[in-house]
Design a protein around this ligand. Structure first.
Ligand SMILES: [Ca+2]
Ligand SMILES: [Ca+2]
Ligand SMILES: [Ca+2]
Ligand SMILES: [Ca+2]
Length: 441
C-alpha cells in the first residue's frame, strides 16, 4: 500500500466533513493500523486524536494533490456506498425531502394547468370538461381518471310560466296535451274532471245551481281555471289554478257570457254579449279596462274565436236566420260575412290545426265545417241530433276533434282527429253540463 504524506493510506482518504462525522469506528481502527506514523493506537479516541487521524485541512490538501483523478473517483464511490449503507435513516430523510419537493412541483403545475384551462373555458363561454382539467392525470397514468359525466339525453321538455312548472312533455311526442273530460253539476255546484293516464280525478265544489260555468285560463298559467258567472248580479267567481282566486262584476242577467282572450295576453278575458243592444262588453285582462263594441242583433249567438290566427280572439256572431257568421275584423270597423248554407248552432274551432279557428255549425247530427280559405264546407255526421257539442282536442294532435255528449246516458263520443277512431267514455249523468278543458295540463 502506498503511503501518502501525512501517514494516510489511499484506501482511507478523508471524506468531506458531512461524511466523516458518521464514519464507523471499525474503519477508523483499520486506517490507524495501516498508518506507520500515527501518534496513537488507542481505540479510545479523544477529540484531539480524532483530528490527528482524520487529518488537518492541510492533510486534505496534500492528499488531494497526490491522488490521480480516477483513483479518487473510485475511492469516493466506494466510500459513498458504504456510507449510505450505514446511514439509511439519513438517506430516507433526503429521499423524503426530495419527493416532497417533487410533489410540490407537480401540484403547482397541476393547479396552474387547471387555472389555465378555466381561463380558456371562461373566455369561450364553455363549461370545463372534467377530463381535461387535471394535469396530473395526463402525466401520471397510474392515477384513476375521473368517471366521465354522461351527457344528459333530454327527452322531456319542462314548460314554465315564470317559476311555475306548467307541463312536462316528451319532446319526441305530440306537444299538445289532450283535453280533459269534465262536467259541472248544477244541483250541487261540483266540478268533476276525469282522471287521465297517471293522474287522479279532480273534484271541486264551485258555484250554485243558477250559475253558468265559464271555465277559462284567467291567470294565464296554461291550465283551465274553475269559474262561474252569476247572472243575478253579474259576478264572476274564479279559482286560479296557480293559486288564489278572482272576482269581478260584468254583465246583467239577460247577457250571454262570452269569455275568451281578446287582447291576446294569454289570459282569458271576462266578456258578455248583450242581445238587447247587440253590444259586447269585454274586460281586458291586460289593463282591466272594459271595452265595448256594438256588433250583432238580438237573435244572434256569440261565436268568439281566433279566426285569423293572430293570437287574439275575434268578435263574431252566428245569425241563424241568415245562415251566416258575421266576423268583426281585428282592426277597423269592417266585418266579413261567412255563409254556411244551413241552420244550426255555432261550434267554431280549429279543426284542421292550422292555428286559425274554422267557422262551423252543428246542424242536428251534422257538423258543417268551413275551411280556412273560406271556400268550401265539409259535413260530417256524428251520433245523434240531440247530443250536446263538446268539441275539443282529446287526442292531443293539435286539431280539435268532433265530439258530443249524450245527456241521457252521460256518454262522450269522440271522433279522434288523429286516426278517425271513436272513443266512447261514460262521464257524468243527466242534467250535468259538459265543460271539457285543460284542467290538469
Ligand atoms: Ca289557469
Ligand atoms: Ca286576455
Ligand atoms: Ca284574431
Ligand atoms: Ca285532435
Amino acid at each position: 500500500m502506498r503511503l501518502l504524506p501525512g501517514g494516510f493510506s489511499s484506501g482511507s482518504l478523508p471524506l468531506p466533513n458531512l461524511y466523516r462525522k458518521a464514519m464507523s469506528n471499525k474503519k477508523r481502527r483499520n486506517r490507524k493500523a495501516a498508518s506507520g506514523s500515527s501518534g496513537s493506537t488507542s481505540s479510545n479516541s479523544s477529540p484531539t486524536q480524532t483530528n490527528v487521524i482524520d487529518g488537518t485541512p492541510e492533510n486534505y490538501a496534500l492528499a488531494g494533490q497526490a491522488e490521480d483523478s480516477s483513483q479518487a473517483a473510485s475511492v469516493d464511490k466506494t466510500g459513498l456506498i458504504a456510507y449510505l449503507k450505514a446511514n439509511l435513516w439519513m438517506v430516507g430523510i433526503i429521499c423524503f425531502l426530495a419527493l416532497g419537493v417533487l410533489g410540490s412541483g407537480l401540484k403547482y403545475l397541476d393547479e396552474e394547468a387547471r387555472r389555465e384551462i378555466a381561463r380558456r373555458a371562461n373566455s369561450k363561454g364553455n363549461l370545463n370538461n372534467q377530463l381535461e382539467q387535471s394535469f396530473l392525470n395526463k402525466v401520471n397514468p397510474f392515477l384513476p381518471s375521473p368517471t366521465p359525466t354522461p351527457t344528459p339525453q333530454l327527452t322531456r321538455k319542462y314548460i314554465y310560466a315564470g317559476s311555475q312548472l306548467l307541463a312536462v312533455e316528451d319532446a319526441n311526442a305530440t306537444a299538445a296535451p289532450p283535453s280533459d273530460l269534465a262536467i259541472w253539476r248544477p244541483s250541487n255546484g261540483e266540478w268533476w274532471v276525469m282522471a287521465g293516464t297517471g293522474s287522479q280525478q279532480v273534484t271541486q265544489a264551485w258555484g250554485i245551481s243558477t250559475d253558468k260555468p265559464v271555465p277559462g285560463d284567467y291567470d294565464g298559467d296554461g291550465k283551465t281555471d274553475f269559474a262561474v258567472w252569476r247572472p243575478s248580479d253579474g259576478n264572476w267567481y274564479i279559482i286560479n289554478s296557480s293559486g288564489g282566486g278572482g272576482q269581478l262584476v260584468l254583465g246583467v242577467s239577460t247577457d250571454l257570457p262570452a269569455p275568451a282572450d281578446y287582447d291576446g295576453d294569454g289570459r282569458t278575458d271576462a266578456a258578455v254579449y248583450r242581445p238587447t243592444n247587440g253590444t259586447w262588453y269585454i274586460q281586458q285582462s291586460s289593463d282591466y279596462q272594459v271595452v265595448t263594441a256594438q256588433f250583432g242583433v238580438s237573435a244572434d249567438i256569440p261565436a268568439p274565436a281566433d279566426y285569423n290566427g293572430d293570437g287574439k280572439a275575434d268578435i263574431a256572431v252566428w245569425r241563424n236566420t241568415d245562415q251566416k257568421f258575421y266576423w268583426k275584423n281585428d282592426s277597423g270597423s269592417g266585418y266579413q260575412e261567412i255563409y254556411i248554407g244551413q241552420g244550426g248552432l255555432p261550434v267554431s274551432a280549429d279543426y284542421d290545426g292550422d292555428g286559425r279557428a274554422n267557422f262551423a255549425i252543428k246542424n242536428g247530427a251534422d257538423w258543417v265545417i268551413m275551411n280556412s280559405a273560406l271556400s268550401q264546407v265539409q259535413t260530417t255526421s256524428w251520433q245523434q241530433a240531440g247530443d250536446k257539442a263538446v268539441q275539443n282536442d282529446y287526442d292531443g294532435d293539435g286539431k280539435v276533434d268532433i265530439a258530443v255528449w249524450h245527456d241521457t246516458t252521460g256518454t262522450w263520443y269522440i271522433k279522434n282527429s288523429a286516426d278517425n277512431s271513436t272513443r266512447t267514455v261514460q262521464w257524468g249523468v243527466t242534467g250535468d253540463t259538459p265543460v271539457p278543458a285543460y284542467y290538469r295540463r
